[in-house]
Design a protein around this ligand. Structure first.
Ligand code: DQA
Length: 147
């Protein structure tokens, strides 16, 4: 069993990007954390990051073939992308939406996410460790321990 991990635009710069907001962990650290958290629950992870919306849409479509769920930090696309939302709704896999920062405490344009109501798990503002909690909560949903 496998999870798809998607990190959206600019998250390749984690660790150097606005460290006061996003911390000093890198994307590689995030991918390792998620891989370890998933392994502890018996899941493999396919990790991808892209700055290109269409590449992310293609990865979400491909997840239909071999993934049981999707952990996604949609980054700025959260606040702009009907396309991303439609892709997630189309594949009908359980989705965990994660944001490192507390978007509700930031600019008002970050308060709305198009992804929120197609996701079953939401982890917001818990920093990078939030990715591990998102994995746990999503696996609970997949394995029927919660909903
Ligand atoms: C983010 C929050 C978004 O508003 C922002 O555009 C990001 C990262 C977060 O993880 O806190 O790129 O998704």
């Amino acid at each position: 069993r496998r999870l798809l991990l998607v990190n959206g635009p600019n998250l390749n710069l984690l660790g150097t990007r606005e460290p006061g907001i996003y911390g000093s962990d890198t994307l590689a650290d995030v991918e390792r954390l998620v891989t370890d958290a998933a392994a502890a629950r018996g899941f493999e992870v396919r990790a991808m990051q892209s700055n290109h919306e269409g590449v992310i849409v293609d990865a979400i479509h491909a997840a239909r073939e071999d993934c049981a769920g999707i952990v996604i930090n949609p980054a700025g696309l959260s606040h702009t992308s009907v396309v991303l939302r439609d892709a997630l709704a189309a594949v009908a896999l359980p989705v965990a939406e994660i944001h490192i920062s507390d978007v509700m405490q930031r600019e008002s344009f970050r308060h709305h996410s198009y992804v929120t109501d197609v996701a079953v798990v939401h982890v917001i503002g818990e920093g990078v460790p939030g990715y591990a909690r998102a994995v746990d909560l999503l696996v609970d949903v997949i394995t029927g321990q919660a909903e």
